[in-house]
Design a protein around this ligand. Structure first.
Ligand code: ATP
Ligand code: MG
Length: 563
């Protein structure tokens, strides 16, 4: 099984797969794979690849393998392995027992390398890495053949076996394919197949000191697993002739086909693992799972649901042309999902005390509040109301401009689910700052309706002061100040990407809210309980505000998310 059903809209890859199924190629079988390298956390770009690979499999009644592309021991870590599997499962996908590793195939790949040597199609080169690079030629000039290119088969076999046995140092020699140094495709100019790395591997330990290059390992791993369609991003298009060369020149058990698609780019976001690693290492963020990171771990901690990410991936489409998707479109997907699912609650981020002078001291009443207007089955909860409340400081102005309809001296407003109140006075401290509002309430307006049809222009959220619980609330913004952060992304970090509200006041129904649970704070946005939140130190993360620029744009112009 593949986990949840996902179906991307028809695209050029699904067309190819459909034709292959129809023509009976591979006996009508469809087997894809998701092949992460365990050298970083997965990000939203990987989610596109995951949804595509697992989605195609389930669409055509096939399967999708999970394979760690672990050919690079220096950069790989168990922390990444664990996080990657966890993230794919969290997205909703399942590979059953089909968990593979390129390292499962090291022995077979080695044997095939010996075959290539015997066939005169590979040789041990004693040029240094620099010399190999310098003799590779350019797009306009052919490369130069290595002086070691015509070593005898027996000598090559002997040297390659010695490479494996650890008799040479790192960089002393490599195994190269013997293809064509004059090929217009640089990837075919005697590419390196194996290099020496005297390093422990997280799975094979010290068994190997030579490791296959990605290009040599990937297609053969696909062939060994019986992959039918090997889907990767556009930068591998120029590698396809090499991918096919190996399949043509090695006695592989099946014939996969590589198909490339355009990677996902997102505005205000960097997606390269190298760049993300720098943000983590140089402590510009709190870790790979910082809620500002585009990693799945970060996005999850921010409060995104797997459903919203899958919906996003289904909407952005699959093509061959590089494009950048507007970050607002990702936010649209989570708003749309949480609008239906998230219970509404009230919380005040920047509290201003309100005393209702005509409300009896010591009295508490419980008022009905609708949990989710989009979902009547979510029911009603009761929120306490008392003489002392908090409202949002921004909802009061002592001397308001014309269009400010919220609280100000003499003005009447509605408190959500409660009463109409009128501001009758203001208490200030010795610095002249407003520290408390004095108000009266109209007991005839219980529930927020006036019996005489009196209108008010604003409805405010509030919490009862003696009943409120304290919380830290983290408000996130874009990590970068520019839509395309580029290579000097470290200079474009948004200094205001995180604002911490130390002492927010929340309604008491949130007292037991478990880590990971999600809510709409009325008027303020969607929030989730942070994974490190405890009853003695509650922490909420704002996932996204309520303002939806994207929905407006789409409605007004009927445009697509991809620019
Ligand atoms: P690296 O530079 O470390 O190879 P990578 O982003 O290619 O980074 P992999 O772990 O090799 O990382 O990627 C696993 C799969 O996810 C590959 O098939 C890759 O093509 C795909 N992928 C990676 N980034 C994106 C992206 N931005 N959009 C779509 N697919 C992506
Ligand atoms: Mg890669």
């Amino acid at each position: 099984m593949n986990g949840v059903e996902t179906k991307l809209p028809p695209n050029f890859i699904s067309t190819i797969v459909a034709e292959d199924v129809k023509s009976g190629k591979h006996g009508g079988r469809v087997l894809t794979r998701f092949p992460p390298e365990p050298n970083g956390y997965l990000h939203i770009g990987h989610a596109k690849s995951i949804c595509l690979n697992f989605g195609l499999a389930s669409e055509f009644g096939g399967l999708c393998n999970f394979r760690f592309d672990d050919t690079n021991p220096g950069k790989e870590e168990i922390e990444y392995v664990d996080s990657i599997m966890n993230d794919v499962r969290w997205l909703g996908f399942d590979w059953d027992e089909r968990l593979f590793h390129a390292s499962d195939y090291f022995e077979q790949l080695y044997k095939w390398a010996l075959d290539l040597i015997r066939d005169g199609k590979a040789f041990v080169d004693s040029l240094s890495a620099d010399e190999i690079r310098e003799t590779r030629g350019t797009l306009t000039e052919p490369g130069k053949e290595s002086p070691y290119r015509n070593r005898a088969v027996a000598e090559n076999l002997d040297l390659f076996q010695k490479m494996r046995a650890g008799e040479f140092e790192d960089g002393q020699c490599v195994l190269r394919a013997r293809i064509d140094m004059a090929s217009p495709n640089l990837n075919l100019r005697d590419p390196v197949l194996y290099r020496i790395r005297k390093m422990s591997h997280w799975r094979t330990g010290d068994k190997w000191c030579i490791y296959p290059m990605y290009d040599y390992a990937h297609g053969q791993s696909d062939a060994l697993e019986g992959i039918t369609h090997s889907i990767c991003t556009m930068e591998y298009e120029d590698h396809r002739p090499l991918y096919d060369w190996f399949l043509d020149n090695i006695n592989v058990p099946s014939r996969p086909r590589q198909i490339e698609f355009a990677r996902l780019n997102l505005s205000y976001t960097v997606m390269s693992k190298r760049k993300l690693l720098r943000l983590v290492r140089e402590r510009k963020v709190a870790g790979w799972d910082d809620p500002r990171m585009p990693t799945l771990a970060g996005i999850r901690r921010r409060g995104y649901t797997p459903e919203s990410i899958r919906a996003f991936c289904e909407r952005i489409g699959v093509g061959k042309k590089e494009s950048t998707v507007d970050l607002a479109f990702l936010e649209y997907s989570i708003r749309e999902d949480l609008n239906l699912k998230a219970p509404r609650v009230m919380g005040v981020l920047n509290p201003l005390k309100v005393v209702i002078e005509n409300y009896p001291e010591g009295q508490t009443e419980y008022l009905d509040a609708i949990n989710n207007p989009e979902d009547p089955s979510a029911g009603v909860r009761q929120v306490p109301f008392s003489r002392e409340l908090y409202v949002e400081r921004e909802d009061f102005m002592e001397d308001p401009p014309k269009k400010f309809y919220r609280l100000s001296p003499g003005r009447e407003v509605r408190l959500r689910y409660a009463y109409f109140i009128t501001c009758t006075g203001v208490v200030k401290n010795d610095k002249g700052e407003v520290v408390e509002l004095r108000c009266t309430y109209d007991s005839a307006t219980k529930g927020g309706d006036s019996p005489d049809g009196r209108k008010v222009k604003a409805t405010l959220h509030w919490v009862s002061a003696p009943h409120a619980i304290d919380a830290e609330v983290r408000l996130y913004d874009k990590l970068f100040t520019e839509p395309e952060p580029g290579d000097d992304f470290m200079e474009k970090l948004n200094p205001k990407s995180l604002e911490v509200v130390e002492a927010a006041k929340l309604e008491p129904s949130l007292e037991e809210a478990p880590p990971g649970s999600r809510y709409q704070f009325e008027r303020l946005g969607y929030f989730c309980v942070d994974q490190d939140s405890t009853p003695s130190r509650r922490v909420f993360n704002r996932t996204v505000t309520l303002r939806d620029t994207w929905a407006k744009v789409m409605k007004a112009e009927g445009i697509s998310p991809v620019k």
